[in-house]
Design a protein around this ligand. Structure first.
Ligand code: MD5
Ligand code: FE
Length: 196
């Protein structure tokens, strides 16, 4: 795992926010449910050729939003940023296929899990944090391994590759009032992935 602290300028953070709002206009944030029927403690949407979906049928990537419309393309600025970052870790043929946008209100969280819905588990996952600080948990490749707490801040980028790609991880808590980027507070996380 690579943690690039305060990598994005305020101007870049605001530009990402603007394009996320455009995505959410076409593909509104929704609260998915887990296969058990329990709702997530965050809202999600996606852009790209595929988007991540969870419902009582399971976790998967699909070509349409739950509203039936296709996802919008990954905004060029985000696509270029992801390819540039992938290049820096030696993944010169990285092909961003989806960008999952998670929005956490002040009580939002995400339980410990492993990201394994992707057909190809080799390409890196690139995570962009915007808005309020959060306590990110990262453990090992087994659920019961000890976890470490990392504070992620607005403008930070985390790249999960190699050993950390299949590490258990989650968002323990949002620390309200720590950023003024989002006028209503909370935290946005974007994860860019090559799925297959
Ligand atoms: C978030 N999102 O802050 C996190 C950041 C998700 C999710 O976990 O699945 O939407 S992505 C952090 C991540 C991804 C892949 C592997 C690891 C962490 N890891 O091994 O620690 O909303
Ligand atoms: Fe995850």
């Amino acid at each position: 795992m690579l943690h690039l602290q305060q990598y994005l300028t305020l101007e870049q953070q605001n530009e990402i926010l603007t394009v996320c709002r455009e995505v959410a206009r076409q593909s509104p944030l929704f609260t998915p449910v887990m296969p058990s029927g329990k709702p997530f403690n965050c809202q999600m949407t996606s852009c790209g050729e595929l988007g991540w979906i969870s419902d009582t049928k399971g976790y998967r990537y699909g070509e349409t939003h739950p509203n039936g419309k296709p996802w919008t393309p990954i905004p060029e600025m985000i696509n270029n940023l992801a390819k540039d970052l992938a290049n820096q870790i030696g993944e010169s043929s990285y092909h961003p296929q989806t960008c999952l946008i998670n929005y956490y209100q002040k009580s939002g969280k995400l339980g410990l899990h492993q990201d394994n819905s992707e057909k190809n588990l080799n390409p890196a996952i690139i995570s962009i944090s915007l808005g309020d600080d959060a306590i990110f948990l990262i453990g090992g490749n087994k659920r019961n391994a000890k976890t470490k707490e990392i504070i992620v801040k607005s403008g930070d980028i985390i790249i999960l590759h190699g050993d950390s790609r299949l590490a258990f991880h989650g968002i323990k808590k949002i620390i309200p009032g720590t950023s003024s980027l989002l006028k209503n507070g909370g935290r946005l996380n974007l994860t860019i992935r090559q799925v297959y």
